[in-house]
Design a binder for this molecule. Structure first.
Ligand code: PLP
Length: 385
């Protein structure tokens, strides 16, 4: 049976997986080893040293490639380490065009680390393709897209950006952390690289930090495998195992995340004390049509702004929440709330933040898979107090 032909739910469980060769273990063992016995120099069974490759990590990397409809998967110690590996493809003078309301840590590594090495970054609102076109020149080497964006929940049209990137021979990467391959498949839509913070939905249980890249092209994969081994930002076997375990329930979790996300978004939109709700599932969301086209559903990441609210009002609401945990991160089974201005996006200067709409009063929710009635009751109590 060709497992590449399986549908998504089956791939989440079986993609790239085979029972362990030694004893038939159905889950790949956690190969907690740094090195592997050789019978003669070079006489090994495919593994020599665990920075280069480890069987538990390989099982995860094959699963990642499978669920993203890619060919090659690479797992790293964190999402940022995966981004770092992509950035190491750049040379001084190369230019990168990135989504303006991007994950704070991505912005930080771009501006604070890679600018120092002569890489030039342009941050643009990517809902309008013209904004990207305006920054393209002969030095442009990479377009970096996040969609839905964080925390504005804007949607970037992956297919149209990929057409632009192909026309100008620019590498095109999509951070698929928020959507997951359950909702959208960037490689199918023309991206060259898919990146994940598997810390979020892929792991899904808030118990591991891990990053991933998936590509289709062999040459690109070879370059990235070289960087992965040469720079060494790999993840350990235990963490690989945890994410592999998480992926096996990704589709059922995502289905419930999306149901709960819809219920919570609707509750907030109907509430008289709420001014704005950002969620791509609303028909009046500016990019709703694109979201409908490229996503299977609309996810469970929601941002909202209380009416007439300021920095302190947002802080008070998040402090009053009892079922939503006030915490960084997202994508776990439990619901989390965050205050971008003081937490995830505090590293982005206020003017730059507000230019893309991230006001001081904004609250971001990662809606979990509890009962939505309980989540709504918690929000109602915190908002109405
Ligand atoms: C969390 C996150 C990252 C960074 O991943 P880590 O695993 O925390 O290093 C990158 N992009 C997005 C969209 C994220 O949410």
């Amino acid at each position: 049976m060709d497992k590449r032909q399986l549908k998504f739910n089956s791939k989440a469980i079986h993609g790239g997986q085979a029972p362990d060769k030694a004893y038939g273990a159905v889950m790949p063992p956690i190969y907690q080893t740094s090195t592997y016995a050789q019978t003669t120099p070079g006489g090994h069974m495919g593994y020599m040293y665990s920075r280069s490759a480890n069987p538990t990590r390989t099982a995860l990397e094959d699963s990642l490639a499978s669920i993203e409809n890619g060919t090659f998967g690479m797992a790293f110690g964190s999402g940022i380490a995966a981004i770092d590996a992509v950035m190491k493809l750049m040379n001084p003078g190369d230019e990168v065009i990135a989504t303006s309301d991007i994950y704070g840590g991505s912005y930080r590594i771009f501006r604070k680390i890679y600018e120092k090495y002569g890489v030039v970054f342009h941050f643009v609102g990517m809902q309008d393709l013209e904004e990207i076109k305006a920054k393209v020149n002969s030095n442009t080497k990479l377009i970096w897209v996040e969609t839905p964006t964080n925390p504005m929940m804007n949607i970037v049209d992956i297919k149209r950006v990929s057409q632009l990137a192909k026309k100008h021979h620019i590498l095109f990467a999509v951070d698929n952390t928020f959507a997951t391959p359950y909702l959208q498949l960037p490689l199918d839509l023309g991206a060259d690289i898919v990146m994940h913070s598997a810390t979020k939905y892929l792991g899904g249980h808030s118990d591991v930090v891990l990053g991933a890249l998936v590509v289709k092209d062999k040459d690109l994969a070879d370059q990235l495998y070289f960087i992965q081994n040469a720079s060494g930002a790999i993840c350990g076997p235990m963490d690989s195992f945890l994410v592999l375990r998480g992926i096996k329930t990704l589709h059922v979790r995502m289905q419930r995340h999306c149901e709960n996300g819809r219920a919570v978004a609707q509750f907030l939109a109907d509430h008289p004390k709420i001014d704005k709700v950002y969620w791509p599932g609303f028909p009046d969301h500016p990019n709703h049509e694109v979201a409908k086209e490229q996503m299977k559903d609309f996810g469970a990441m929601i941002s909202f702004v209380p009416k007439g609210g300021d920095y302190q009002d947002a802080i008070k609401i998040v402090e009053r929440l009892q079922l939503f945990t006030l915490a960084e991160s997202l994508g776990g089974v439990e619901s989390l709330a965050g205050h971008p201005a003081s937490m995830s996006h505090s590293g982005i200067p206020k003017e730059e933040r507000e230019k893309s709409g991230v006001v001081d009063a904004m609250i971001r929710l990662s809606v979990g898979i509890e009962d939505s009635d309980d989540l709504i009751a918690d929000l109602r109590r915190a908002i109405e107090h």
